[in-house]
Design a protein around this ligand. Structure first.
Ligand code: GLN
Length: 534
């Protein structure tokens, strides 16, 4: 069977949860027995989001093959369990650089290179990358909102491709907002009519309308939307705010038969839907007997929830595994000092220090780690979190007061975290870190080896700096166990403190591989350790 395509667009406002909706539909189709692949096309000019601040763009999600990508890919992987790769996220920057490089190489000799057809052809070729023998249905989400100037080439490309594929082989789904106007006491369909109007004016006629809303709307609104947007009433779907968890979204959509409707529109047989694993996960998540656990996340981009998306999700997965209700205390590391750390962390049962870049907030993280270490509060350090734990230990236990990372203090007297030779001399900032999956060998007898239940693991990285091997003997002599190393033994990938109930830090990002139905063992173990502290 040749690959069928679904194109997901968004209207009215951003942040409607287009990625979540696409991921939910992906899960439902997978659970109906189809091989699916997902992809996001982003209309901005950065070649990838790796150089953007988390405040601009939220978390940068890293794929197995080392691409820095949009955080929606995290939803795709968490919902479907299917790994994304370098073809799962394209940006306008990437599309244009490829076209311009080809033009310079003489690839278009004699021609004027133009948005149509050259940029649109390049976009279609990006979409084709996720077709193939292992894909029955390819789902492509277009970033941005209908009407944005920069989305135009993408919409034109999907219009062309939809037409080339022909009826029954491709489907447009448009996600829109039905706002509730309090003063009028009414839900309004006009913004949706207008956003569908924009799409229709460029030749895209959405076949399925998914309507985000605070509360359910009645038949009258459904009929009105159907009439004005040119969609059949049964193809107007409600996606109301969920009560407890985003993982309820697929079930809400399934109740309205979205997956069945999609398959019918794509001329595909409707096999049975098996949501047993997902339902069991949700039952654990919502179990009323779960006791509460509070974990502090000490970061520098705390005010934007999306900055630590995968961390919060992986903690939630750990809570599902441990049958606990998770409460997260988000703490701005810059505000933590030796004078207030006790009060800031009062009552938490675990402390997590996530990754980060730059100088701001590092001292606050070190301060929180010291408190967790000395007071035997379960501590989980990830990437910069591990680097800060190393600095803290060398300063406060080994007596090297000037221990620091050369990222923070280039001339540090004791550069305990520093650049490896292969990173020295690199001046380009985009895509030049240690990125993607690397193998790691665990040390027998450690918490890590125990929870992974194997000694050879693979985890995803995104960092430039490393533990400086010169200080390895000193920390080991003082009680740190190197719990994970690169297979050649050269790089320290994990550390633990056996004298502490749960003190584990890793140079990689385990949060990227956790899913609600397969919680990451480190997160599950950390949350369990925190729960046993209450
Ligand atoms: N800034 C640190 C480095 O580049 C840590 C990166 C991270 O936490 N992702 O090594």
């Amino acid at each position: 069977m040749s690959c069928k395509h679904i194109f997901v667009t968004g209207g009215v406002v951003s942040s409607l949860g287009k990625g979540l909706t696409a991921a939910s539909i992906g899960l439902l189709l997978k659970q109906r027995g189809y091989k699916i692949r997902m992809q996001k096309l982003d209309p901005y000019l950065n070649v990838d989001p790796g150089t953007m601040s988390p405040y601009q763009h939220g978390e940068v999600y890293v794929t197995e093959d080392g691409c820095e990508t949009d955080l929606d890919l995290g939803h795709y992987e968490r919902f479907t369990g299917i790994a994304c790769n370098k073809h799962s996220n394209y940006t306008t920057g990437r599309i244009y650089s490829d076209v311009i490089a080809r033009e310079r190489a003489g690839g278009y000799l004699g021609k004027t290179v133009q948005v149509i057809p050259h940029i649109t052809d390049e976009i279609k070729s990006a979409i084709r990358q996720i077709e193939g023998s292992d894909t029955d249905i390819a789902i492509t989400e277009i970033g941005g909102t209908a009407g944005d100037i920069e989305s135009h080439p993408y919409l034109e490309a999907i219009r062309q491709y939809h037409q080339e594929l022909g009826p029954g082989n491709a489907l447009y789904i448009h996600l829109t907002l039905i706002p509730y106007i309090k003063a009028a006491g009414e839900m309004k369909t006009k913004p949706s009519q207008q956003s569908v109007g924009i799409l229709r004016s460029i030749g895209i006629v959405p076949e399925l309308l998914v309507c985000r809303c605070e509360r359910s709307f009645g038949q009258e609104h459904r009929d009105k939307l159907a009439l004005f947007c040119g969609v059949r009433p049964e193809h107007v779907i409600e996606e109301c705010d969920v009560e407890n968890s985003i993982y309820e979204v697929p079930l809400d959509l399934a109740k309205q038969g979205v997956d069945e409707k999609v398959l019918k529109l794509l001329d595909l047989p409707v096999h049975n839907l098996d949501m047993s694993e997902w339902n069991a996960m949700l039952a654990k998540l919502m179990d009323e007997n779960n006791k509460e656990v509070e974990i502090a996340v000490v970061g520098k981009y705390i005010s934007l929830r999306d900055s630590y998306k995968s961390i919060y999700e992986a903690l939630a997965h750990g809570a599902i595994a441990g049958n606990v209700n998770l409460k997260i205390r988000m703490l701005e590391s810059e505000e933590i000092t030796p004078d207030n750390v006790e009060q800031k962390l009062a009552g938490v049962q675990g402390v997590l220090v996530p990754g980060g870049f730059g100088i701001r907030g590092v001292e606050g993280k070190i301060c929180a780690i010291r408190y967790a270490r000395e007071n035997k509060i379960p501590f989980f350090g990830i990437c910069l979190g591990m680097q800060c734990a190393v600095i803290e230990f060398l300063r406060n236990v080994c007596g090297l007061q000037d221990a620091n990372s050369t990222e923070v203090e280039p001339g540090a007297a004791d550069p305990v975290i520093s650049l490896l030779d292969e990173q020295r001399g690199i001046t380009d900032m985009g895509g030049t870190m240690r990125l993607g999956a690397y193998p790691c060998t665990l040390t027998e007898g450690t918490i890590s080896a125990g929870v992974y239940r194997k000694s050879d693991i693979s985890e995803r990285h995104r960092h430039r700096y490393e533990f400086n091997p010169h200080y390895r003997e000193l920390i080991e002599k003082n009680g740190v166990v190197i719990a994970g190393k690169s297979p050649d033994g050269a790089l320290v990938e994990m550390i633990e403190l056996p004298e502490h109930p749960w003190f584990v830090a890793c140079q990689f990002h385990p949060e990227f591989k956790s899913t609600p139905v397969k919680p990451h063992p480190l997160f599950a173990s950390f949350v369990a350790a925190a729960a046993s502290r209450s």
